[in-house]
Design a binder for this molecule. Sequence first.
Ligand code: 13P
Length: 254
Amino acid sequence: MGRTFFVGGNWKCNGTIDEVKKIVSTLNSAEIPSKDVVEVVVSPPFVFLPLVKNELKPDYHVAAQNCWVKKGGAFTGEVSAEMLVNLGIPWVIIGHSERRLILGETNEFVGDKVAYALSQGLKVIACVGETLEQRESGSTMAVVAAQTKAIADKVSDWKNVVIAYEPVWAIGTGKVATPDQAQEVHFELRKWLQSNVSADVAASTRIIYGGSVNGGNCKELAAKPDVDGFLVGGASLKPEFIDIIKSAEVKKSA
Ligand SMILES: O=C(CO)COP(=O)(O)O
Protein backbone atom coordinates (compact mmCIF):
# COMPACT_ATOMS: atom_id res chain seq x y z
CA MET A 1 0.00 0.00 0.00
CA GLY A 2 1.40 3.44 -0.92
CA ARG A 3 2.37 5.69 1.94
CA THR A 4 1.82 9.35 1.13
CA PHE A 5 4.82 11.40 2.22
CA PHE A 6 4.03 13.34 5.40
CA VAL A 7 5.63 16.57 6.58
CA GLY A 8 4.73 17.96 9.98
CA GLY A 9 5.85 21.31 11.37
CA ASN A 10 6.02 21.33 15.15
CA TRP A 11 6.19 24.96 16.21
CA LYS A 12 6.58 23.95 19.87
CA CYS A 13 6.20 26.85 22.33
CA ASN A 14 7.11 29.58 19.87
CA GLY A 15 5.51 32.56 18.20
CA THR A 16 3.62 35.81 18.59
CA ILE A 17 0.47 36.71 16.63
CA ASP A 18 2.59 38.63 14.14
CA GLU A 19 5.11 35.83 13.72
CA VAL A 20 2.36 33.26 13.30
CA LYS A 21 0.68 35.40 10.63
CA LYS A 22 3.97 35.67 8.79
CA ILE A 23 4.50 31.90 8.74
CA VAL A 24 0.92 31.39 7.56
CA SER A 25 1.40 33.88 4.76
CA THR A 26 4.65 32.19 3.68
CA LEU A 27 2.86 28.84 3.58
CA ASN A 28 -0.14 30.25 1.73
CA SER A 29 1.96 31.81 -0.99
CA ALA A 30 4.12 28.72 -1.55
CA GLU A 31 3.68 26.32 -4.43
CA ILE A 32 3.76 22.87 -2.89
CA PRO A 33 3.36 19.42 -4.45
CA SER A 34 -0.17 18.07 -4.72
CA LYS A 35 -2.02 16.12 -2.01
CA ASP A 36 -1.24 12.74 -3.51
CA VAL A 37 2.49 13.54 -3.21
CA VAL A 38 2.64 15.12 0.25
CA GLU A 39 0.43 15.66 3.26
CA VAL A 40 1.44 18.73 5.28
CA VAL A 41 0.36 19.37 8.86
CA VAL A 42 1.47 22.32 10.99
CA SER A 43 1.24 22.35 14.73
CA PRO A 44 1.07 25.73 16.43
CA PRO A 45 0.63 26.23 20.17
CA PHE A 46 -2.98 25.76 21.36
CA VAL A 47 -3.72 29.49 21.58
CA PHE A 48 -2.95 30.02 17.90
CA LEU A 49 -4.87 26.99 16.59
CA PRO A 50 -8.07 28.87 15.60
CA LEU A 51 -6.09 31.66 13.91
CA VAL A 52 -3.93 29.24 11.95
CA LYS A 53 -6.81 26.97 11.05
CA ASN A 54 -8.89 29.89 9.77
CA GLU A 55 -6.14 31.57 7.78
CA LEU A 56 -4.25 28.65 6.30
CA LYS A 57 -5.29 27.47 2.87
CA PRO A 58 -6.82 23.99 2.70
CA ASP A 59 -3.66 22.45 1.23
CA TYR A 60 -2.44 22.33 4.82
CA HIS A 61 -3.85 20.67 7.92
CA VAL A 62 -3.44 21.62 11.53
CA ALA A 63 -2.39 19.62 14.59
CA ALA A 64 -2.42 20.32 18.31
CA GLN A 65 0.80 19.53 20.19
CA ASN A 66 -0.87 17.55 22.96
CA CYS A 67 -4.24 16.71 24.46
CA TRP A 68 -5.63 15.31 27.69
CA VAL A 69 -5.62 11.56 28.26
CA LYS A 70 -9.37 11.16 28.66
CA LYS A 71 -12.64 13.07 28.58
CA GLY A 72 -12.35 16.69 29.72
CA GLY A 73 -13.51 17.91 33.11
CA ALA A 74 -11.76 19.04 36.26
CA PHE A 75 -8.23 19.01 34.81
CA THR A 76 -6.88 22.54 35.15
CA GLY A 77 -4.64 23.60 32.32
CA GLU A 78 -5.47 20.70 30.02
CA VAL A 79 -7.15 20.69 26.61
CA SER A 80 -9.31 17.71 25.71
CA ALA A 81 -9.49 15.71 22.50
CA GLU A 82 -13.21 16.60 22.33
CA MET A 83 -12.34 20.30 22.25
CA LEU A 84 -9.94 19.77 19.37
CA VAL A 85 -12.61 17.87 17.47
CA ASN A 86 -15.13 20.61 18.27
CA LEU A 87 -12.71 23.17 16.83
CA GLY A 88 -12.21 21.12 13.66
CA ILE A 89 -8.57 20.29 14.41
CA PRO A 90 -7.91 16.93 12.73
CA TRP A 91 -4.49 16.01 14.13
CA VAL A 92 -2.64 15.87 17.44
CA ILE A 93 1.01 15.19 18.30
CA ILE A 94 1.30 12.81 21.26
CA GLY A 95 4.30 11.62 23.24
CA HIS A 96 6.85 14.16 22.08
CA SER A 97 10.14 13.59 23.91
CA GLU A 98 9.94 17.06 25.43
CA ARG A 99 6.75 15.96 27.19
CA ARG A 100 8.12 12.54 28.06
CA LEU A 101 11.38 13.89 29.50
CA ILE A 102 10.46 17.30 30.91
CA LEU A 103 6.89 16.59 32.00
CA GLY A 104 7.35 12.94 32.91
CA GLU A 105 4.88 11.33 30.49
CA THR A 106 5.37 7.56 30.69
CA ASN A 107 5.03 5.04 27.87
CA GLU A 108 1.73 3.88 29.34
CA PHE A 109 0.32 7.39 29.66
CA VAL A 110 1.30 8.11 26.07
CA GLY A 111 -0.36 4.86 24.94
CA ASP A 112 -3.55 5.83 26.77
CA LYS A 113 -3.52 9.28 25.21
CA VAL A 114 -3.06 7.93 21.70
CA ALA A 115 -5.94 5.50 22.19
CA TYR A 116 -8.25 8.13 23.60
CA ALA A 117 -7.47 10.70 20.91
CA LEU A 118 -8.10 8.10 18.20
CA SER A 119 -11.38 7.07 19.85
CA GLN A 120 -12.55 10.68 19.54
CA GLY A 121 -11.76 10.76 15.83
CA LEU A 122 -8.42 12.58 15.91
CA LYS A 123 -5.46 11.49 13.83
CA VAL A 124 -2.29 11.05 15.83
CA ILE A 125 1.39 11.72 15.27
CA ALA A 126 2.88 9.47 17.94
CA CYS A 127 6.50 10.21 18.84
CA VAL A 128 9.15 7.73 19.90
CA GLY A 129 12.92 7.98 20.21
CA GLU A 130 15.95 7.23 22.34
CA THR A 131 18.27 9.50 24.32
CA LEU A 132 21.98 9.75 23.56
CA GLU A 133 22.76 7.62 26.60
CA GLN A 134 20.38 4.92 25.41
CA ARG A 135 21.87 4.97 21.91
CA GLU A 136 25.40 4.75 23.24
CA SER A 137 24.50 1.83 25.46
CA GLY A 138 23.05 -0.01 22.45
CA SER A 139 19.42 0.04 23.60
CA THR A 140 17.92 2.19 20.81
CA MET A 141 15.66 -0.54 19.43
CA ALA A 142 14.61 -1.80 22.85
CA VAL A 143 13.58 1.72 23.87
CA VAL A 144 11.74 2.49 20.66
CA ALA A 145 10.04 -0.93 20.66
CA ALA A 146 8.85 -0.47 24.26
CA GLN A 147 7.45 2.96 23.42
CA THR A 148 5.69 1.55 20.36
CA LYS A 149 4.42 -1.49 22.27
CA ALA A 150 2.75 0.76 24.87
CA ILE A 151 0.81 2.28 21.98
CA ALA A 152 0.14 -1.04 20.22
CA ASP A 153 -1.25 -2.48 23.47
CA LYS A 154 -4.06 0.10 23.40
CA VAL A 155 -4.65 0.64 19.70
CA SER A 156 -6.25 -1.73 17.23
CA ASP A 157 -6.85 0.53 14.24
CA TRP A 158 -3.63 2.11 12.95
CA LYS A 159 -5.09 3.86 9.93
CA ASN A 160 -5.00 7.28 11.65
CA VAL A 161 -1.57 6.90 13.22
CA VAL A 162 1.73 8.29 11.97
CA ILE A 163 4.82 7.28 13.95
CA ALA A 164 7.50 9.94 14.36
CA TYR A 165 10.95 8.58 15.15
CA GLU A 166 12.75 11.42 16.87
CA PRO A 167 16.08 10.56 18.46
CA VAL A 168 16.36 12.91 21.42
CA TRP A 169 20.03 13.63 20.72
CA ALA A 170 19.10 15.04 17.32
CA ILE A 171 16.31 17.34 18.50
CA GLY A 172 17.23 21.01 18.43
CA THR A 173 20.91 20.15 18.46
CA GLY A 174 21.78 20.59 14.81
CA LYS A 175 23.07 17.02 15.00
CA VAL A 176 20.91 15.17 12.50
CA ALA A 177 20.79 11.37 12.29
CA THR A 178 22.57 10.21 9.16
CA PRO A 179 20.24 8.86 6.48
CA ASP A 180 21.56 5.36 7.29
CA GLN A 181 20.94 5.77 11.01
CA ALA A 182 17.37 6.94 10.37
CA GLN A 183 16.73 4.19 7.82
CA GLU A 184 18.01 1.53 10.20
CA VAL A 185 15.60 2.46 12.99
CA HIS A 186 12.67 3.00 10.61
CA PHE A 187 13.30 -0.42 9.07
CA GLU A 188 13.46 -2.07 12.50
CA LEU A 189 10.31 -0.28 13.61
CA ARG A 190 8.46 -1.48 10.52
CA LYS A 191 9.71 -5.00 11.19
CA TRP A 192 8.48 -4.67 14.78
CA LEU A 193 5.03 -3.66 13.50
CA GLN A 194 5.04 -6.60 11.12
CA SER A 195 5.82 -9.10 13.88
CA ASN A 196 3.71 -7.56 16.62
CA VAL A 197 0.78 -5.91 14.86
CA SER A 198 0.34 -7.04 11.25
CA ALA A 199 1.94 -7.05 7.83
CA ASP A 200 -0.72 -4.63 6.60
CA VAL A 201 -0.09 -2.12 9.36
CA ALA A 202 3.67 -2.42 8.81
CA ALA A 203 3.27 -1.74 5.10
CA SER A 204 0.82 1.13 5.40
CA THR A 205 1.89 3.06 8.51
CA ARG A 206 3.97 6.11 7.83
CA ILE A 207 7.17 6.36 9.87
CA ILE A 208 8.55 9.89 9.76
CA TYR A 209 11.86 11.22 11.02
CA GLY A 210 12.39 14.21 13.31
CA GLY A 211 15.55 15.82 14.65
CA SER A 212 17.38 18.78 13.08
CA VAL A 213 15.79 18.28 9.66
CA ASN A 214 16.44 21.29 7.45
CA GLY A 215 16.38 22.43 3.85
CA GLY A 216 19.89 21.07 3.31
CA ASN A 217 19.59 17.54 4.68
CA CYS A 218 15.98 16.64 3.87
CA LYS A 219 16.45 15.21 0.38
CA GLU A 220 19.03 12.64 1.38
CA LEU A 221 16.88 11.50 4.28
CA ALA A 222 13.73 11.44 2.15
CA ALA A 223 15.44 9.14 -0.34
CA LYS A 224 15.62 6.32 2.20
CA PRO A 225 12.96 3.66 1.58
CA ASP A 226 11.52 3.58 5.10
CA VAL A 227 11.57 7.33 5.71
CA ASP A 228 8.01 8.44 4.92
CA GLY A 229 8.40 12.09 5.84
CA PHE A 230 9.46 14.41 8.62
CA LEU A 231 8.47 16.08 11.83
CA VAL A 232 10.30 19.38 11.74
CA GLY A 233 10.91 21.68 14.70
CA GLY A 234 13.08 24.78 14.29
CA ALA A 235 13.09 24.80 10.49
CA SER A 236 9.27 24.68 10.37
CA LEU A 237 9.26 28.30 11.59
CA LYS A 238 11.35 29.39 8.61
CA PRO A 239 10.78 29.65 4.84
CA GLU A 240 13.01 26.59 4.33
CA PHE A 241 10.06 24.50 5.57
CA ILE A 242 8.80 24.80 1.99
CA ASP A 243 11.98 23.11 0.71
CA ILE A 244 11.41 20.31 3.21
CA ILE A 245 7.84 19.88 1.95
CA LYS A 246 9.19 19.72 -1.60
CA SER A 247 11.60 16.91 -0.67
CA ALA A 248 8.55 14.68 -1.11
CA GLU A 249 9.30 14.89 -4.83
CA VAL A 250 12.32 12.67 -4.20
CA LYS A 251 9.91 9.87 -3.36
CA LYS A 252 7.80 10.39 -6.42
CA SER A 253 10.75 9.93 -8.71
CA ALA A 254 12.19 7.03 -6.68
O1 13P B 1 11.32 17.85 17.99
C1 13P B 1 11.29 18.02 16.78
C2 13P B 1 10.01 17.97 16.04
O2 13P B 1 8.99 17.49 16.83
C3 13P B 1 12.52 18.30 16.03
O3 13P B 1 12.99 19.54 16.39
P1 13P B 1 14.19 20.22 15.56
O4 13P B 1 13.81 20.09 14.11
O5 13P B 1 14.20 21.65 16.02
O6 13P B 1 15.41 19.46 15.89
